[in-house]
Design a protein around this ligand. Structure first.
Ligand code: ATP
Length: 544
């Protein structure tokens, strides 16, 4: 779900994603080994991406930050609305589950996107992503279509409309409505976003997003059909009772997991933003129904602050509370649903969803209890009326669930877009300003030149740093090419610190004997520190 209004438009600045070119960002991702098209040597496969060496580490760093801060440190030690530490435990559940799981969750029956096909270009679009426009006050109902949140396709559609009407139509001279709001008879005059002819779009049809598969070597699709999971959440719900019975958790508590999810998206696009295979980081937080509102607000605000701490700051990140009519049917009774949205270059001046926080009420536990014919309610011995001995008698209930559900790939994409910083003063022309915690390369060690005993000092220093920081990311060692080229490569990789061993390091008569230079990626400043203090220096900069 994405939003975008003119009032959200910002003037372009260096850190404003609207001023950054997605083509340039994708080119850097390819050039430096962050992200490649999947199956590229076979011509690619639409909606799938492979992470290269830098991308794999960047993604791991983001996943690890989430795992550490949310799961292991229980929201970094922030107390919950009940004044107690937040309790969360992890699970890692199967991608393929009994297909009844997806019947109970509503995915088999209802996980449908309305889609339209373009007869001319054979492209397929999500109907809820297509907006229709026609000339204001035109009663003939001539309708043209373009993709939401996309200035280029708006401009194209305007041009086509003007050509069709044989006159210039001003930008504010058109009415816009959602394609899904129109009746079928009104759809007779359409122009697909990429079509030359009019009337090329079909009526919207339902399209199930689940990827089916077959279990067993001899299975036929109908009797042995299963699905790749479209979200990680259901693996958590179906293990709620297992976790309660086998660990010492008590409500309120959360269960978390990260992992792949698969959706046969109608129109995968915008790089990794909408892919058919992606990774989620989800928490299902179980609480008493009376406390759902407080926990919803807690999670919503804490998740927003977490993304901000990783560097998605300022006007590029917004928290958007959903209107009632946007809510999923089960969420209508809940305390609320909101999205944390980032202003990606392809959505600017609008925003695209990074994470959704929803009060799912007891919908999922109720569905699974009914479909699996099992009890999933929880006995809470801290609640209920007081007995004669002054102790609560206990209360049995189905917990409500607050779900902060984040996309790992979208998180990585937002960090890439935010980090991308053009700088014509640099040899590379651009640098990646990652938060040091997230940066895939934590530091680089260079001998100024490959002689004079410098490599003999630099290589052991790199090995020492690798030993100490290797679990956090790469420590690069490079002795080839000029120092300027090596710095430029590190700028594009987003390496925050480069340590260089030079002649003075080795010169016993120099006041700089046994010191190295540290080059700061962002300020480009260089200072000298003692070689013995490099490890502690880096530890401090990485916030360890
Ligand atoms: P959208 O409206 O963009 O399709 P959604 O509301 O269906 O997203 P959820 O089902 O709430 O998304 O999934 C939780 C998170 O998973 C999203 O916030 C997003 O970050 C991520 N996600 C969902 N679909 C995709 C996709 N096709 N590609 C990459 N990430 C995705």
């Amino acid at each position: 779900m994405s939003s975008g209004t003119d009032s959200q438009a910002q003037c372009s600045t260096a850190s404003d994603p609207a001023s950054k070119s997605m083509d340039d960002i994708m080119a850097l991702c390819k050039r430096r080994g962050f992200i490649y098209p999947a199956s590229e040597i076979y011509g690619g496969i639409n909606g799938f991406w492979d992470y290269g060496p830098l991308g794999a580490q960047l993604k791991k760093n983001l996943r690890d930050a989430w795992w550490t801060d949310v799961v292991m440190k229980g929201c970094n030690g922030k107390l919950g609305p009940d004044g107690k530490p937040v309790s969360i435990v992890p699970v890692d559940t199967s991608i393929i589950q009994n297909p009844k799981v997806w019947e109970a969750s509503g995915h088999v029956g209802g996980f449908n996107d309305p889609m339209v096909d373009c007869r001319e270009t054979k492209n397929r679009y999500r109907a809820d992503h297509l907006m229709c426009m026609g000339e204001k006050g035109d009663s003939t109902g001539q309708i043209y279509a373009f993709i939401e949140n996309d200035d280029k396709s708006f401009a194209n559609a305007l041009k086509k409309l003007s050509k069709y009407k044989k006159k210039d139509i001003p930008e504010d001279g058109v009415d816009i409505c959602s394609l899904t709001e129109l009746g079928a008879d009104e759809l007779t005059i359409t122009v697909g976003p990429d079509a030359k002819e009019v009337g090329t779009l079909t009526e919207p049809r339902a399209f199930n997003l689940m990827f089916p598969t077959v279990i067993g070597a001899t299975g036929d699709i109908e009797t042995n059909k299963a699905y790749l999971r479209p979200e990680t959440a259901q693996g958590i719900f179906i293990n709620f009772k297992n976790v309660v019975d086998t660990t010492r958790v008590s409500v309120p508590f959360g269960i978390a997991q990260t992992g792949k999810a698969f959706r046969n998206e109608v129109t995968p696009r915008n790089f990794t933003f909408r892919s058919r295979e992606f990774e989620q980081m989800e928490i299902e937080f179980f609480c008493h129904p009376d406390d759902a509102k407080d926990w919803y607000v807690f999670w919503r605000d804490w998740r927003m602050a977490w993304w901000q701490d990783l560097g998605l700051k300022g006007d590029n990140l917004i928290l958007r509370e959903h209107d009632k009519d946007e809510l999923a049917h089960y969420a209508k009774e809940g305390a609320g649903t909101s999205d944390i949205e980032y202003k990606f270059p392809f959505t600017a001046p609008g925003f695209g969803e990074l994470e959704g926080i929803a009060d799912r009420t007891n919908f999922d536990l109720k569905q699974h209890a009914e479909h699996a014919k099992t009890k999933l309610d929880y006995f809470d011995n801290t609640r209920g009326e007081l007995a004669k001995n002054g102790q609560p008698k206990g209360e049995r209930y189905l917990p409500h669930v607050i779900e902060p559900s984040a996309g790992l790939d979208r998180g990585v994409l937002a960090l890439l877009c935010e980090a991308y910083t053009p700088d014509p003063e640099r040899a590379s022309g651009v640098y990646m300003k990652f938060h040091p915690r997230i940066a895939p390369i934590k530091a680089a060690v260079f001998p100024l030149v490959k002689k004079g005993g410098m490599p003999e000092v630099a290589a052991p220093l790199a090995a020492e740093l690798r030993n100490r920081f290797g679990h956090l990311g790469t420590i690069d060692y490079d002795e080839k090419q000029s120092i300027g080229k090596r710095y430029a490569r590190m700028d594009e990789a987003g390496c925050p610190f480069c340590f260089t061993i030079d002649g003075e390091t080795l010169d016993a008569d120099s006041p700089n004997h046994n010191t190295v230079t540290v080059r700061d990626r962002d300020s480009l400043s260089q200072e000298r520190i003692s070689i013995a203090s490099v490890g502690d220096y880096l530890a401090e900069k990485l916030g360890l």
